[in-house]
Design a protein around this ligand. Structure first.
Ligand code: TXA
Ligand code: MG
Length: 336
């Protein structure tokens, strides 16, 4: 039998939502679906619940959590908002955008890893929003994976990774976007800066703020990882256990010469045969949205196989901001 799991997966019935909301209010942890990835939620006002999030994930206490709110008014309960934050909130919330702002003193230090700033996001997933409404408190939630491993995009992923550490998982289907939210640092609203690329692009943010937005996309360098502009943005992250090598293009011939290694194409290659058991693709239709949606699930699936190595194809560097976000995750997953 597989390792023991204490976690139960709940469908989003009104009764279950009430039950999970009560658990949250009582200081328990609940894994929740979001449109980006699954999160591991705790009542933000409950110091002990927040501490348990770090414990369950095996996450260092230096890596702060994201506070999830349901209504714009709640932003002021946890953060000191500025005009830039309100403009971005109106444009992109609910949605995959996280804002870094000065924190209110009432937010427990453990949630922000002792920083004077706090990360805030208003999620769009309808079930998570219903749970937030029923719980009636902001919820601190990092991604619901063991620290450093691939982020979860289904309830089963959460159960595989955290099943022995938590009791409640709310099933909201497979996460629509599949990549974590874009993080924008707005502590200085005149110098907005993207700390983590995601589905909302720097160009979209720049258009709303009517000023340039700094990014540090492209291949994350060891030097930038060492500088740790954003805590927790270390180079090695989202990593499969099997060694991963990245390629700017792949061929069927190369994949067939190494049948004990898994080869993941960006798009299902023409000429694929039934016997090509070591070949996968991030997308069937060939869109970057589909690559993002399936990225973590495919990496997990392949990592669970008995392959000696994994090879994955990168989107082109000049293919836009979503491609940059996908490249960012793949580079971190491949870092040793
Ligand atoms: O899409 C998402 O953002 C998902 C879902 C669950 O909402 N959450 C997520 O959380 O990706 P997590 O913990 O895996 O990543 C949050 C990151 C941290 O690693 C940290 O780098 C950054 O947010 N962060 C949080 N608070 C911060 C702060 N005060 N200053 C700078 N970065 C911060
Ligand atoms: Mg994470």
């Amino acid at each position: 039998m597989a390792s023991r799991t204490t976690a139960r997966i709940y469908r989003g019935t009104p009764r279950n939502l009430r039950r999970l909301a009560n658990a949250l209010r009582a200081g328990e942890l609940v894994a929740v679906p979001t449109e980006t990835v699954y999160g591991l939620a705790a009542n933000v006002w409950d110091f002990r619940a927040c501490a348990n999030v770090f414990e369950a994930k095996g996450r260092p206490s230096t890596d702060p959590l994201i506070v999830h709110i349901r209504l714009l008014g709640e932003l002021h309960e946890v953060a000191v908002a500025n005009d830039a934050a309100l403009a971005l909130a109106r444009a992109f919330w609910p949605g995959p955008l996280t804002l870094i702002l000065p924190k209110r003193a009432t937010v427990p230090d453990i949630a922000t890893a002792g920083l004077p700033s706090v990360a805030v996001r208003m999620p769009a997933h309808p079930l998570f929003r219903r749970l937030l409404k029923a719980a009636d408190v902001p919820l601190a939630a990092p991604s619901a994976n063991r620290f450093g491993y691939i982020s979860p995009t289904t309830a089963l992923h959460v159960q595989e990774g955290l099943g022995q550490h938590i009791r409640y998982i709310l099933d909201g289907g497979s996460a629509a976007i599949g990549l974590e939210s874009t993080i924008v640092d707005l502590r200085n609203p005149r110098q907005p800066r993207v700390l983590r690329p995601g589905a909302i692009s720097a160009a979209q943010i720049s258009a709303v703020l009517k000023r340039p937005v700094r990014t540090k996309h492209g291949q994350p360098s060891a030097a930038s990882a060492a500088a740790q502009v954003s805590p927790g943005q270390m180079l090695r992250h989202y990593s499969p256990r099997t060694p991963l090598t990245l390629h700017s293009s792949l061929t069927l011939e190369a994949a067939r010469r190494a049948p004990h290694e898994a080869w993941i194409f960006l798009r299902t290659p023409a000429g694929l045969r039934k016997g090509d058991a070591n070949i996968r693709s991030f997308s069937r239709r060939g869109t970057l949205e589909e690559v993002a949606h399936r990225l973590f699930a495919i990496l997990r699936e392949v990592d669970a196989g008995r392959w000696r190595a994994i090879h994955a194809e990168l989107p082109l560097p000049d293919a836009g901001d979503l491609a940059a976000a996908i490249r960012d995750r793949l580079h971190r997953a491949a870092a040793r």
